[in-house]
Design a protein. Structure first.
Ligand code: AMP
Length: 283
């Protein structure tokens, strides 16, 4: 296992190994690894002959400085978890923000269009510009053949898809299913920030998505939103930021069911002020 902290060292290593490999797989993460991340890494292992995981808490994708400050970090445990899977996985953990941003943490200009104007794009202005900026930088550094991202951040996979379509046509994007705990809560590094009492109630988020899947064709959309808001906000310290059903190809809002369109429900709940997001394909 290589653990590389400098971009220059990384580029030299990648260049030297280029001839020996056919498929380089990249799994970008912000660390505090859980089984969801590990499932992406395992998928990369199955499909690539060289796997790199990056761990970098990207400042430009945090629209809230407090969220950036409190984002969980545990590099030692991350390294152990990866080593436990295999000693053949390589890690890039930039030693500082400057290693990536070279004293300029402005975001690059990307034409992200409508998919950046709704859901997370609306509630976290600038977030996806930050995501596109870091992913663009990582893709340029690694020149990967296959990249692995999670369905948990479905809108993010659409942004990455657009970036790939426009600038990296040779990269293949693999979207991996969401891993959940026994209550259905999507695993997330942010779950570590929630008190035990609230954590025990977080299963309600997935329950609401399942409820939407059962009922969206028979309940008026505005009533469905009200019902879900009530279910969530009955719980102490739980607030619904949004629940929305959208066309999963375009992210256009659901109005009435149209045959052939795949609808997906998106939810964001603030639990003790921590934003938890999830989504589910309805049709
Ligand atoms: P993050 O460290 O939160 O930036 O996530 C790194 C990658 O792991 C992203 O592609 C996420 O979508 C993916 N991911 C996060 N949580 C899960 C999960 N519960 N199941 C599967 N993939 C996940």
């Amino acid at each position: 296992m290589l653990i590389i902290k400098s971009t220059i060292d990384l580029k030299n290593i990648l260049k030297a190994k280029k001839k020996q490999r056919k498929k380089l797989g990249l799994v970008p993460t912000m660390g505090s690894l859980h089984d969801g991340h590990l499932s992406l890494i395992k998928k990369a292992q199955e499909n690539c002959d060289e796997v790199w995981v990056s761990i970098f808490i990207n400042p430009t994708q945090f629209n809230d400085p407090k969220d950036f400050e409190s984002y969980p970090k545990d590099f030692k445990s991350d390294i152990n978890k990866i080593q436990f899977i295999s000693k053949n996985i390589n890690l890039f953990i930039p030693k500082s923000v400057n290693e990536i941003y070279h004293n300029d943490t402005s975001t690059d200009k990307f034409e992200l269009g409508f998919i950046n104007k709704v859901l997370e794009g609306k509630y976290r202005p600038g977030h996806f510009e930050g995501v596109a900026t870091i992913v663009n930088k990582l893709f340029k550094i690694f020149d990967p053949n296959i990249v692995f991202f999670g369905e948990k951040d479905f809108q993010q996979t659409m942004i990455i898809g657009k970036l790939i379509y426009n600038f990296f046509p040779n990269i293949h994007l693999v979207i991996c299913p969401t891993l959940r705990n026994k209550d259905g809560l999507a695993l997330s590094s942010r779950n570590n920030l929630i008190s035990q009492k609230s954590y025990g109630n977080c299963g309600i988020i997935f329950e609401c998505l399942l409820y939407a899947r059962e009922n969206y064709l028979v309940t008026k959309y505005s009533d469905l939103i009200k019902i879900i808001k009530r279910k969530i906000e009955l719980l102490d310290s739980f607030n619904l930021e949004y629940f929305e059903i959208r066309d999963e190809k375009t992210l256009k809002s659901f109005k009435q069911y149209e045959k052939g369109v795949c609808y997906r429900a998106f939810i964001c709940v603030k639990v003790e002020g921590i934003r938890l997001i999830d989504n589910l394909l309805l049709s």
